[in-house]
Design a protein around this ligand. Structure first.
Ligand code: PLP
Length: 284
């Protein structure tokens, strides 16, 4: 596998980053994951815009321009013959000489960048047709979840708790309301209305979420952006999650309670179809 690290394309086994890298020591880094289908990027512009926002919220500079980033993504796809899967991109604040909580001067310590590809079946994935089971757990992440940082220990912990309970994912709950999944945005459907939490610093502003809501409205479906509880979700007709590599994925069980008839719902399935078709059409 060929990866990109700080200006160079190298075999993964030869790629090196400093032990002083603040991404490694302090999770002082932001990331993006962009899906690839048929060798082309899905929703690239959205991911790059969010990357720029994450960087600016943390006063971090990008070591390459956004145009260069598109070329690096394309070169990596070509070098790895990637047909279907994704590209992981991480910008870190760089590697100062010593470990210090204060950020280094960006003029002295350049930020670092790493990208790599991964293969993953995105279109015909059996789990997506079957739906997933989720478990609820307290949301104990930091308060700026709108910034896509590499502080992923708590979501990782939550996912492990879910797996121990025989679930595929966890829905995080704060002050009685669902925030989002460990790595996806959460939705319920009741009487034909698609309900999802409104955007704020409490959740990641999903690129897939934006597209799904746009497609839903274009298809004359009703959308409500508001808070909902686990209890309301358990009594919904359908539930689903969205993410760049999961598209729209039906949820069939929450904390042991079957959702609707216990099989993927029609609206969830329809949204997945529209999303897949439209995003592949618009891939670059
Ligand atoms: N919420 C969280 C916490 C995530 O980590 C992710 C994706 O990784 C999402 C939502 C979905 O975002 P996107 O649709 O941009 O992949």
């Amino acid at each position: 596998q060929i990866v990109y690290v700080n200006g160079e394309f190298v075999p993964a086994a030869e790629a090196k980053v400093s032990v002083f890298d603040r991404g490694f020591l302090m999770a002082d880094a932001v990331y993006e994951v962009t899906s690839v289908v048929g060798g082309k990027l899905l929703a690239f512009d959205g991911h790059i815009e969010r990357l720029q926002r994450s960087l600016s919220e943390l006063e971090m500079a990008s070591p390459v321009t956004m145009d260069e980033l598109l070329q690096i993504h394309r070169d990596l796809i070509a070098k790895n013959n990637l047909e279907e899967g994704g590209i992981y991109l991480q910008v870190t604040r760089g590697a100062p000489d010593a470990r210090d909580f204060a950020w280094p001067d960006p003029a002295e310590v350049p930020s670092g960048i790493v990208l790599f590809t991964f293969e993953k079946p995105l279109i015909d994935s059996a789990i997506m047709d079957a739906g997933i089971k989720v478990m609820s757990i307290a949301d104990e992440r930091w308060g700026r979840r709108d910034i896509k940082t590499t502080q992923l220990l708590y979501p990782s912990f939550a996912k492990m708790q879910a797996k121990k309970q025989g679930c595929q994912d966890a829905w995080l709950v704060e002050d009685g309301y669902v925030t989002e999944g460990t790595a996806n945005n959460a939705y319920i459907v009741k009487d034909g209305v698609i309900i999802t939490r409104e955007l704020s610093t409490d959740i990641l502003h999903g690129i897939t979420r934006a597209a799904i809501l746009r497609f839903a409205i274009e298809a004359q479906m009703k959308v409500e952006e508001r808070l909902f509880t686990i209890e309301e979700a358990q009594n919904a007709d359908e539930a689903f999650v969205t993410s760049a590599t999961g598209f729209a994925q039906p949820v069939i069980e929450i904390d042991g309670a079957q959702i609707g008839t216990g099989v993927p719902g029609d609206i969830s399935k329809r949204l997945r179809e529209i999303y897949t078709e439209e995003m592949i059409k618009a891939a670059i």
